[in-house]
Design a protein around this ligand. Sequence first.
Ligand code: NAD
Length: 263
Amino acid sequence: MTRIAIAGAAGRMGRNLVVACHEEDGLTLTQAVARPQSESIGCDSGTLSAIESNGIVISDQLDPNQFDVLIDFTHPAATSQYIELCQQKRKAMVIGTTGCDAALEQQIQQAGESIPIVYAANTSIGVNLCLQLLQTAATVLGDSVDIEIVEAHHRNKVDAPSGTALKMGQVIATALGRNLDDCAVYGREGQTGKRERATIGIESIRAGDIVGEHTVIFAAEGERIEITHKASSRMIFARGAIRASRWVSQQSPGVFTMQDVLR
Ligand code: NAD
């Protein structure tokens, strides 16, 4: 039985992860952690997630002796601390937190030398299928199209563009031999001048309770291809993360993506 700890267990994703872990055979939730000031500390994580009481009380302390895989859906500052702890205690991780800066991404790569980590800005199986479709579309269409990425999320999301939109941009840029940092154009405004073909546009919408929508437009003269993914439930991310946690528990050190998990 693989023992799972969830960091961010009181959050929107955390509560879905508790449910997804409960649904899965062969995994057992042994710890549920939230930030120290969280009003959910002391609550039963099952009850909080609207399933039956599971006896796992939300705590602000992570005990490294009580889990095999840590699933982290928190905030970059918290993620950094959890990586340190997992590295010290040689524990596997699934990191779903987005908005990680270059320093944190470097910390993840370094930690991957001693522990197995799945690092995925989007753990949905459908989104990861879209990444494969985008790679194919970019390779076939090449420089003959203008490429734009439009993403929409709920009003409480704190980072933009979404980690998924950036990942989509990276997959497309790599397929075209471009560097996303050099060719991305974010949220145009004012006298922008004519569009340069080699750019990749990225637009973010924040509104209401939108769970997560991404559309990539490949526009040529006379035709347009759009690849869209719409999430209507956070359970798609939770189920993917649970699948990743089962997979990563069997791996040697390294940093892996959802594409590796689904192979
Ligand atoms: P949320 O605000 O609802 O929950 C965040 C949780 O993190 C809370 O439980 C909070 O207590 C905890 N937290 C914050 N700071 C902490 C700290 N310093 N120490 C311990 N715990 C801390 O947010 P959410 O919608 O659940 O999203 C969480 C993260 O997951 C975000 O980065 C979001 O973008 C990302 N996300 C990823 C995917 C994916 O597929 N990878 C999908 C959805 C969301």
